[in-house]
Design a protein around this ligand. Structure first.
Ligand SMILES: Cc1cc2nc3c(=O)[nH]c(=O)nc-3n(C[C@H](O)[C@H](O)[C@H](O)COP(=O)(O)OP(=O)(O)OC[C@H]3O[C@@H](n4cnc5c(N)ncnc54)[C@H](O)[C@@H]3O)c2cc1C
Length: 465
């Protein structure tokens, strides 16, 4: 049951349910660990810290509400991959790809088990993801991809064009690759609110409506200065802080070179009628995506609405984020047009919800984790559009930095290395725009990548969402 006017909702997911806010912080407080941000990274970090040391005093500071950022606005594809796909993992971490694949699969299992053990009702469906090819030249790539996944021990099924079209009724598809076990579909806001509930039950203190405005090193730890939306000041002194602010991390200057926030947009329809449902097939309810550089992802919600997102990936200069970018009529229009081209039989589908959210993109498409301020501050960000599952794993690394410095995982190159930095403005805007245009050109040119993209590929640099 939805309780907020769709036109005003931050997202379809966040519009649902009755959620009362935790009190904001005013005055002074202390904690062993202060976490900035109550998205998946911050919430999982609280839980993983408390799982290792239940007596730890953990405080979470969130400027808006739980899941306000990307966590409450995404597609709800909870993937096993920690590396933004097998191929990207092999390209950047050839020696660790197999281990990272196993870690990712185990991490996804742990998420599913956690929701069950803690009665988090988040409409989780173990349908897997089906990627769809819509060009003849992609068919061989799909075959190779399925072989690679199988070699790594994952169940993966190749569908030829006819089988793909029988599964999802659109004339566009030329092949499909179905991964039944490496992705689950869920309602991200219900998951985030469930994680917040369990974290508080285990002793974490949560302050919503509390923005961290500054952080400084002090004897024995860090001091975080805070402000509420009605102007009340506060501060938390903590032995450690974890920065879990994702695409909003521009407030910490040292993180600025590591990521660009990229806006991604989503439409959600009215619930499908039985006739509309029959006209599209989709009996297995998988999460779906096409395989182009500018790609769409789409899925069914628990109440049989279609969520249709992606394609445009928009960067606003100076790492721009904020409510001004949440609605983009030109992109909503384009998404609607592309839907009608893909599913002409459902051209009259009515879109009720429209929104955007910022994705924290790194130049290698994988998370970056590290420490600052003499090891007192830990950060984790950069999931590049695949953070629902990966954030739990990153939270384990944040926990290890603080409580288990001997952990083997901290020695992985995946953890220790940094992505190549993005240049400062104005070159940053120019670079993102140029690469975006080149990617669109490659899509229009049978996937053939121009000189610039090939040069960047050689350097291991890219742009994705
Ligand atoms: C449209 C869209 C679709 C996506 N689809 C998928 C998908 O299908 N599958 C997938 O795996 N991933 C997807 N993602 C990415 C995924 O949502 C993110 O990787 C993940 O949610 C990141 O979680 P986070 O906690 O790191 O960041 P966020 O959820 O952004 O959380 C950061 C939090 O920090 C708070 N904050 C920021 N600054 C401050 C401050 N100074 N003080 C206090 N609080 C602060 C923010 O309010 C926010 O709540 C998508 C993202 C978008 C935007």
């Amino acid at each position: 049951m939805q309780s907020v006017d769709p036109a005003r909702a931050v997202s379809y997911w966040l519009a649902g349910g009755n959620h009362s806010r935790a009190p904001a912080l005013s005055g002074a407080a202390t904690a062993d660990v202060a976490i900035v941000g109550a998205g998946f990274t911050g919430l999982w970090t609280a839980l993983r810290l408390l799982e290792t040391d239940p007596a730890l005093r953990v405080t979470i500071l969130e400027m808006e509400g739980v899941g306000f950022g990307a966590t409450g606005r995404n597609g709800g594809f909870c993937q096993a991959s920690l590396t933004h796909g097998l191929e990207n993992g092999l390209r950047h971490y050839p020696d660790e790809a197999s281990l990272l694949h196993r870690e990712g699969m185990a991490n996804l299992r742990a998420i599913v088990d956690f929701t069950r053990a803690n009665a988090i009702a988040c409409d989780l469906e173990e349908t897997g993801e089906l990627t769809l090819a819509d060009h003849p030249w992609q068919v061989d790539e799909f075959r190779e991809h399925v072989e690679l996944a199988t070699a790594l021990g994952e169940r993966a099924i190749f569908l030829d064009g006819e089988a793909a079209r029988a599964e999802i009724h659109s004339p566009r598809w030329t092949a499909g690759a179905w991964h039944p076990d490496s992705c689950v579909m869920l309602d991200p806001a219900k998951l985030a609110r469930g994680l917040a509930r369990v974290a508080r039950e285990r002793g974490a203190v949560l302050h919503e409506g509390t923005r961290v405005t500054a952080m400084e090193r002090v004897a024995g730890g860090v001091r975080l200065r805070t402000a509420t939306s009605d102007g009340r000041a506060g501060e938390v002194r903590a032995r450690h802080a974890v920065v879990a602010t994702s695409a909003y991390s521009g407030w910490l200057r040292r993180l600025q070179p590591l990521f660009v926030p990229v806006y991604d947009y989503v439409l959600v329809s009215a619930p499908l009628t039985p006739a509309q449902r029959a006209a599209i097939g989709w009996r297995n309810r998988q999460g779906l995506a096409d395989a182009n550089n500018q790609f769409h992802y789409f899925r069914l919600t628990a109440d049989d609405r279609v969520l249709w997102g992606g394609f445009d990936a928009v960067y606003h200069p100076h790492n721009g984020v904020g409510p001004a970018y949440d609605r983009r009529p030109a992109t909503f229009e384009r998404l609607g047009t592309n839907w009608r081209r893909t599913f002409p039989q459902l051209a009259d589908l009515r879109w009720e919800y429209r929104w955007g959210g910022a994705i924290d993109t790194t130049s290698r498409f994988t998370m970056t984790m590290g420490r600052a301020m003499g090891g007192r501050v830990v950060y984790a960000l950069g999931y590049t559009g695949l953070g629902i599952g990966a954030s739990r794993w990153a939270a384990g690394i944040a926990r290890d930095f603080i409580l288990r410095p001997d952990s083997d995982l901290l020695r992985l190159r995946f953890v220790r290395s940094r992505p190549l930095p993005f240049p400062p403005e104005p070159f940053r805007s120019l670079a993102v725009e140029t690469v975006r245009n080149e990617l669109a050109r490659a899509d229009a040119n049978d996937g053939r990548r121009g000189l610039l993209l090939r040069a960047l590929d050689g350097l291991g640099i890219g742009f994705d969402s």
